[in-house]
Design a binder for this molecule. Structure first.
Ligand SMILES: O=C(O)CCC(=O)C(=O)O
Ligand SMILES: [Fe+2]
Length: 311
């Protein structure tokens, strides 16, 4: 097991959003982001626009969701072909339980279904986190593209307006004495990027591209940024999606919340021409991401993308 301190921590203040693209600070930051993705497939950010207080409000809201009676939770069905709805623990992941809620409309519908009498403040917290997570996601994605000299490509595809995200709240029970601590098995995310926040209970483990399992020690308020498989296509294989899992130990429940970004329905993704030359042939054919998800959402094989769109 590698040293827990290895995963880089990058400080991002809201001020970064306004930095000039030619400023030394911006250039240094995008270099850090690129290097972290290359070496670890993930990194931690400290971001003042999603402060600890907002994260605490989020965890209070998600606790209320999980504390609902079981029959009520089951009323919340998967809303579309995408990941979502209420997922109850099962023999494959006995400690895990989650709610995936999409977009503004759905948060309101969710509140109505779970608390017909209303739950003051609930929607506002989820909306606020959703909006800020999307903003952070777009910032990091733009930094990643710019680190490859693809700032114009990012603009030309209008990615700021072609990406959506799903907020998922997760709870992991404490394993019983004779039970294994697996919270989530090793997987990669079928996302562009995943942003995770967690309560104080650690458990996330990452497999670095060099093949070392690293136990993350996320500082309070820190957000974990994980490369999903769309990043591999857009970087023509220079960046890899992170293999990761959750392992539970100790005697406290773990709560985490993830923002999972994907291209909008119908958007085609492709290898940028600037990353293709005779030493780097294109590794993927262009494809509509939502169609890939439609066919593969329940596919747990880690070569799903390769099989679907690999050349
Ligand atoms: O709970 C976590 O920290 C990780 C969750 C995760 O990897 C996932 O939902 O894809
Ligand atoms: Fe994941």
């Amino acid at each position: 097991m590698a040293n827990v301190d290895e995963i880089p921590i990058i400080e991002l203040s809201g001020e970064v959003l306004g930095l000039g693209r030619e400023s030394e600070k911006w250039k240094a930051l995008i270099k850090k982001v690129r290097e972290a993705f290359e070496e670890y497939g993930c990194f931690i950010v400290e971001y003042d626009k999603i402060p600890i207080e907002l994260q605490e409000e989020l965890f209070n809201a998600t606790k209320m969701m999980f504390d609902l009676p079981q029959e009520r939770k089951h009323l919340y069905k998967k809303p579309s072909h995408r990941d979502g709805g209420y997922v109850v623990s099962n023999p494959f992941v006995p400690l895990y339980e989650s709610f995936g809620v999409y977009g503004e409309h759905e948060v309101r519908a969710f509140e109505k279904l779970m608390w017909p009498e209303g739950k003051p403040g609930f929607c506002e917290v989820l909306q606020s986190v959703n909006t800020k997570m999307l903003e952070l996601n777009l910032l990091i994605l733009r930094m990643t593209f710019e680190s490859f000299g693809l700032g114009e490509y990012y603009q030309s595809k209008d990615l700021d307006h072609n990406i959506i995200g799903n907020l998922r709240a997760m709870k992991y029970k404490v394993p019983k004495e004779n039970e294994q601590g697996i919270g989530l098995h090793t997987h990669i995310d079928k996302t562009i990027l995943t942003i995770l926040c967690q309560n104080s209970v650690q458990g996330l483990e990452a497999l670095s591209p060099q093949g070392n399992w690293i136990t993350l020690n996320v500082p309070k308020g820190g957000l974990v940024i994980i490369a999903g498989d769309a990043i591999e296509v857009w970087s023509n294989g220079r960046l890899k999606p992170l293999k990761h899992k959750v392992v539970m130990s100790g005697d406290k429940e773990r709560y985490s919340c993830g923002f999972f970004s994907i291209p909008n329905d119908g958007v085609t993704i492709e290898v940028p021409q600037d990353l293709v030359d005779k030493d780097h042939p294109p590794l993927y054919r262009p494809f509509v991401y939502s169609e890939y998800l439609l066919e593969n959402i329940t596919n747990v094989n880690m070569d799903a993308l390769q099989v679907y769109a690999g050349i």
